[in-house]
Write a protein that binds this ligand. Structure first.
Ligand code: GLU
Length: 447
């Protein structure tokens, strides 16, 4: 069965960059009816925090990216210990004793000599006595002994990909303080959880070359790999370096709708145009990794905002019934009210403005050159109740009386009634307007 995982480290909030990875894995798994695992890479006790783990889960739930299985690396330390011992026994893991300062010095020397700063494996030259002496003075860290050949794989996005492992240092898999590093833990997990496909950012390409060797050394099946390009900000800047994050929680606070964001990210950077979809099932059905390119893709929050407005305009009243109820819209009026406003809001929080308007009116906006015209028109305003024909019969009478037509007729009247130059269809809005003290009718009585 196709099994994918999204493996964030709970060291920060989810942002659009990691969401793209989550979404690709989710859609890939769902498309083939497979399994989607949420794995929290929390082996670093200092940087991992429960509040971030909770926030990541909350964001994914809000987005509707439900996982079939949740795993935490911090609960699997015994497994990583066994893997360490097995790799030591097979000679693929070796003890090293250099301090950070010693390693820095070595790298400086190598650079001076024009050599790549690759670890020189001097720990392998130590005699058993030297090793024992060192063990007494400092705890060892452990490196994986790489085969120094060129690693090649058929990447699900990049196509034929190869990396010269000869220019990569043997990776540290276990730190001197005993902490297991992601490079090892991730491979153990991918093997144990039956992960068949790994989709992750292009910043992991070298890791893949290394991890393929660890999979093989541990006798596990090597999954398929696909590396997507990284997202940048509007100006092409790396998201991490961008002023202010593009955190999912910030986008949510700005009113972005999950399906607008997901529809955008499911196509951004691909050869398919962005199409607004109403469910993740639809996105999964048409998801195709091979359509994505290697070039970085620009994320502009304005696009997600525009799609949000378009998405809201498609929603039936049943999808916003709780929002309307919370504002006090009676259910008998909900359908008509939503039908009037849904194409004129950017976010759900804009609904409030129009309900307040219906129940309390608005401060009229009357340009000085229109003052006489508006006063004359208000005199012609028919008495309540108003219905869907009121706007057209009233504006016809006003037109006959004043000779105004088109924009010069409608715009000042819209501004006088709603206080804004744009908004919902007035024929739909007028029947919803309740009498209110500030309403022009009263001004009419006391000009
Ligand atoms: N925790 C790793 C990261 O967030 C996971 C990478 C992977 O998908 O293997 O970069």
């Amino acid at each position: 069965m196709t099994t994918c995982r999204f493996a964030p480290s709970p060291t920060g909030f989810l942002h659009v960059g990691n969401l793209r990875t989550a979404l690709f894995n989710f859609l890939f798994a769902r498309k083939s009816g497979g399994c989607f695992i949420l794995r929290l890479d929390d082996t670093d006790p200092e940087r991992s925090r429960d509040e971030f783990a909770d926030a990541i889960r909350f964001d994914l739930e809000w987005l509707g990216l439900e996982w079939d299985r949740l795993e935490r690396q911090s609960a699997r330390l015994d497994r990583y210990r066994t893997a360490r011992d097995d790799l030591l026994a097979s000679g693929r893991l070796y003890e090293c004793f250099e301090t950070q300062a010693e390693l820095d010095l070595k790298r400086k020397k190598q650079r001076r000599l024009g050599r790549p700063p690759v670890y020189d494996r001097s720990a392998l030259q130590l005699s058993e006595t030297e090793r024992q002496d060192l063990r007494a003075s400092r705890p060892p860290h452990f490196r994986f002994l790489l085969h120094r050949h060129r690693a090649a794989w058929q990447d699900g996005i990049l196509g034929e990909t190869s990396i010269d492992v000869g220019s990569v240092s043997d990776p540290v898999l276990v730190r001197a303080d005993g902490q297991f590093l992601y490079t090892l833990a991730s491979v153990c997990d991918d093997i144990d959880f039956g992960v068949t496909d790994v989709v992750r950012g292009a910043d992991h390409v070298t890791n893949t070359a290394i991890q393929v060797q660890i999979f093989e050394a541990m006798g596990g099946g090597v999954p398929g790999f696909a590396h997507h390009s990284l997202l940048t900000g509007r100006g092409g800047e790396a998201l991490a370096k961008r002023e202010g994050s593009l955190a999912i929680r910030d986008l949510r606070a700005a009113g972005v709708e999950p399906m607008a964001l997901l529809s955008h990210l499911a196509r951004l950077g691909s050869s398919h145009p962005v199409v607004l979809r109403g469910s993740v099932t639809e996105l999964a059905a048409e998801f195709d990794l091979s359509r994505f390119g290697a070039a970085p893709a620009k994320f502009d929050p304005e696009d997600a905002a525009g799609l949000t407005a378009r998405y809201l305009a498609t929603l039936p009243v049943s999808a916003v019934s709780s929002d309307l109820a919370a504002l006090g819209v009676p259910s008998a009026e909900a359908g008509a009210f939503w039908g009037a406003v849904r194409e004129n809001i950017r976010t759900r929080s804009d609904i409030d403005h129009w309900w307040k308007f219906c129940t309390g009116g608005a401060e009229p906006l009357v340009d000085s050159e229109d003052a006489g015209f508006v006063a004359e028109a208000l005199d012609l305003l028919p008495p309540r109740p108003w219905n869907s024909g009121t706007w057209s019969s009233w504006t016809s009478r006003v037109s006959e009386a004043t000779g105004r037509r088109g924009r010069r007729l409608y715009l000042p009247l819209r501004k006088a009634l709603t206080g804004r130059p744009q908004g919902p269809d007035m024929s739909k809005l007028m029947p919803l307007i309740r009498a209110a003290p500030e309403w022009p009718e009263r001004r009419q009585a006391n000009p």
